[in-house]
Design a binder for this molecule. Structure first.
Ligand SMILES: CO[C@@H]1O[C@H](CNc2nc3cc4c(=O)[nH]c(N)nc4cc3[nH]2)[C@@H](O)[C@H]1O
Ligand SMILES: [Zn+2]
Length: 373
């Protein structure tokens, strides 16, 4: 079996799960945050630094790697792990979401999605079969079904027709998958913000017995409270013995609220994206280090953090690098933000072990959201 989820315990206070994800490239504790490495690199980080941070599974993306350098290049390199020198876990998203968020001139039919490359403008096509072919060539430990993520808001009738096509696409992905013994194909639950459509999508996909499930169609601009409500309704529909992955979620509050609602795996570009414009996550809340007030502040980004950045550099120095457009500055903020979220998930797992995740949430929120700097 390519990927196996082991449920360790359930938090008595919150119902959150503590687990282990067994993969061909290692076993990793859940709940976990997965850094995004879209083009086969977590921007500005080396694999050694990611290991130092404690990253286990990282993401790469089918759409981007299909366009550049092409999945055949990665296949000839021996797959993504060899190509990018990463011997821990890799998950690839299937490309559907990125076609809609990046490319132009898109057309969606039963067969698949035709679009123009956002790089060269050339006409391209992705189908369930093509997406699986690319993901089989890339060789990630976890691969995602090719789905449609409806926009928000979306009419109920559109969402219903879309989820039914996504279900038919999921069948086609299962049939097209060439390497089930070493790559676990996860189904992606859709259904928009409609609870009965979420039930329909979950039931159809659970019947296909995927080794894991993602909750898709969220973190697309809907209010957080609505995301939490849909999540509360959807995760209980998924098998308790399999991993549950909430796609595209990564702010501290959404991570904790997602864990409380039964999610095991998260990914988001947020920590790495905001780092590149000088915004950092600290125990006292967000800190925009490029702000003038830090010009002569010779303290670390976060006095409570023991990461490489916080042990060796000051806010004044990092601010200077960011203002001077020095790449090293982005590396320091990225390293810290990834370390902060990885450490946050460790503390969440400790709280689950000790049956006190709701208390932890309240304490963390008071500090993090009480004291924005
Ligand atoms: C909040 O951050 C912004 O929003 C995006 C994250 N939100 C998100 N929702 C997603 C849903 C799906 C889905 O339904 N299916 C597949 N296959 N992949 C998905 C990937 C997703 N990512 C970031 O790109 C960022 O721009
Ligand atoms: Zn730090």
């Amino acid at each position: 079996m390519a990927v196996r989820y082991e449920l360790i315990k359930v938090c008595k206070q919150s119902g959150a799960r503590l687990g282990r994800l067994h993969t061909p490239h290692g076993t990793f504790e859940t709940p976990m945050f997965m850094p995004v490495g879209t083009q086969a690199t977590v921007k500005t980080m080396s694999p050694e630094e990611l290991k130092e941070i404690g990253s286990g599974v990282i993401l790469a993306n089918t759409y981007h790697l299909y366009l550049r350098p092409g999945h055949e290049v990665v296949r000839e390199a021996g797959g993504l792990h060899r190509f990018m020198n990463w011997n821990r876990g890799i998950l690839t998203d299937s490309g559907g979401f990125q076609v809609f968020s990046l490319s132009t001139l898109r057309k969606i039919t039963e067969e698949g999605v035709s679009f123009r490359s956002h790089i060269s403008g050339e006409p391209l096509f992705l189908s369930p079969e093509k997406s699986i072919e690319v993901q089989n060539a890339l060789g990630a430990d976890i691969i995602m079904a090719f789905d449609e993520c409806p926009p928000f808001p979306a009419e109920r009738e559109y969402v219903r027709a879309s989820l039914e096509r996504t279900t038919r696409w999921a069948e086609r992905c299962l049939r097209a998958h060439r390497r089930p013994e070493d790559q676990a194909l996860f189904g992606i639950v859709q259904g928009g913000m409609y609870r009965d459509l979420r039930e329909q999508s979950a039931a159809q996909l659970v019947a296909m017995d995927f080794p894991g499930y993602a909750v898709g169609g969220l973190s697309v601009g809907e209010p957080k409270e609505l995301m939490y409500e849909i999540l509360s309704h959807t995760t209980p529909l998924l098998p308790a013995g399999k991993p549950r992955y909430l796609m595209g979620v990564g702010s501290p509050d959404a991570l904790i609220e997602g864990v409380i609602r039964g999610i095991d795996m998260f990914d988001c570009v947020l920590p790495t994206r905001i780092a590149r414009n000088g915004t950092t996550m600290t125990s006292q809340g967000r800190l925009v280090v490029r702000n003038a007030r830090y010009a002569r502040d010779f303290s670390p980004l976060d006095p409570e953090c023991d990461c490489y950045t916080c042990r060796h550099y000051t806010r004044a120095y990092i601010r200077h690098l960011i203002k001077a457009d020095e790449t090293f500055g982005l590396r320091l903020t990225t390293y810290h933000n990834l370390y902060f979220l990885t450490r946050l998930m460790e503390r969440v797992r400790e709280a689950i072990r000790e049956d006190r995740l709701l208390d932890f949430r309240d304490q963390f929120f008071a500090k993090y959201y009480g004291g924005d700097q």
